[in-house]
Design a binder for this molecule. Structure first.
Ligand code: MG
Length: 413
């Protein structure tokens, strides 16, 4: 039996959020930009009005302003975006427990076998659109199909606030004429490969022998040709599923250059809070740390080292990262960007070979302390508990939320 899969995509999410939070912006060309006083002033998102002037995501602020002198530039409000993204997922969860996020503003929803409750996929899609509009003041586009790839394709076909069905009887008529880069999995570099083989549409791809493409695309060739033929059997993950992480990291570009060891220590201490929070969330321990440093000449270096014992403790992670930094980095230029990652992750519950010299009890106590701090920060916000040394000027915006792009493709069968 065919599955019923919805792909729900919030329209111009960041820009729509800003217009919803501040209705005076409605009807004006709006761009959400990295703050102009920061270095990375680029357009993160724009609404349809701004798009009409040719404003593009990734434009540098002044470029965007040149294209559209009346452009209203607003800074991003990530906390709000996350809040509304969660609220939207709560609505979706009323219809299925298989709701798999793809980025902050997209999800797949498996509604197979719910037609008695909620009607056809199309009826359900329309109901969800109405609810999101009414309850959140935002619009979504929904694609309905029998697999994830075509559902996603469908949600792109009509925007904003629309439902597009790609039915099992007639999907070829809809899908095959579309440009090949519209299909999930065909990014910029894959598109270039396709061009070499004169593959322009999804139909062209569907009718290509994957053995020919495999020379360049390896095993992905079979996957992509299968997708183009409607053969995508990957499941929509359960809403509580956490993708297992191989490493967790957190990085930041500082507001001002870092010039001393002390400043680097302060930033690392802040970064590891988030790294450790992720370790706790994924129930993992770090077997090593890696640091990534970029100076103000944009010269980058990275180092990593193995830990004597796997740890899950922010302070220990910070110490390890800083020791590595002291040992490896020679100050030539001020530092602009720092990333700390926990690598070589193992299960929290894995038995650990104790050593004579490491202070196991102390590490365990630190781990417990960290778990408590994580819990407090989760419940009462990031500023509820803070290291005393972080009360000085950090030269970084600690409220800036790092955007993680989940990789929907890696979860596909
Ligand atoms: Mg979107």
């Amino acid at each position: 039996m065919d599955r019923t899969i919805l792909h729900i995509d919030m329209n111009n999410f960041y820009a729509s959020m800003e217009c919803m939070l501040d209705p005076s912006l409605r009807g004006k060309p709006v761009a959400v930009c990295g703050r102009t006083e920061e270095r990375h002033g680029i357009v993160l998102a724009k609404n349809y009005e701004a798009k009409a002037y040719g404003v593009k995501t990734g434009d540098v602020n002044w470029e965007a302003r040149q294209k559209c002198p009346d452009l209203v530039m607003v800074p991003p409000h990530y906390e709000e975006y996350i809040k509304y993204s969660k609220l939207a997922r709560q609505i979706y969860a009323d219809y299925s427990d298989q709701v798999e996020p793809f980025g902050m503003d997209e999800v797949w929803l498996d509604a197979s076998g719910t037609s008695r409750l909620f009607g056809t996929g199309e009826q359900l899609a329309d109901e969800i659109r109405e609810r999101v509009k009414f309850e959140l003041g935002l619009t979504v586009s929904v694609g309905v199909s029998f697999n994830k790839v075509f559902a996603k394709l469908g949600s792109d076909l009509k925007k904003p606030d629309a439902t597009t069905v790609v039915p099992p009887e007639s999907w070829r008529d809809i899908v095959w004429p579309l440009p090949v880069e519209d299909m999930l999995g065909v990014g910029r570099s894959t598109k270039k490969v396709m061009e070499r083989y004169n593959i322009k549409t999804i139909g062209d791809l569907a009718n290509t022998d994957p053995n020919i493409l495999a020379y360049r695309l390896k095993s992905r060739a079979w996957q992509l040709v299968a997708f183009a033929n409607g053969n995508d059997h990957s499941v929509v993950l359960h809403k509580d599923y956490v993708v297992p992480a191989k490493s967790v990291g957190h990085g930041i570009t500082t507001l001002q250059d870092l010039e001393t060891d002390q400043e680097v220590w302060n930033v690392m201490l802040e970064l590891v809070q988030e790294v450790n929070r992720k370790l706790v969330e994924y129930k993992k321990k770090a077997g090593g740390v890696a640091i990534y440093i970029r100076d103000n000449e944009l010269y980058t270096k990275q180092w990593q080292h193995k830990l004597e014992l796997p740890i899950q403790a922010a302070l220990s992670l910070a110490r390890e990262a800083f020791t590595l930094f002291k040992r490896s980095y020679t100050w030539r230029h001020p530092i602009r960007s720092v990333t700390v990652s926990a690598i070589a992750l193992s299960e929290e519950s894995d038995p650990v070979q104790r050593t004579l010299f490491a202070d196991n009890d102390r590490d365990e106590k630190l781990a417990k302390l960290d778990q408590t701090i994580c819990w407090i920060r989760e419940r009462f916000g990031k500023d509820a508990v803070r290291s005393a040394s972080l009360l000085c000027d950090l030269k970084m915006d600690t409220n800036r939320v790092e955007l993680q792009m989940p990789s929907g493709l890696t979860t596909m069968g």
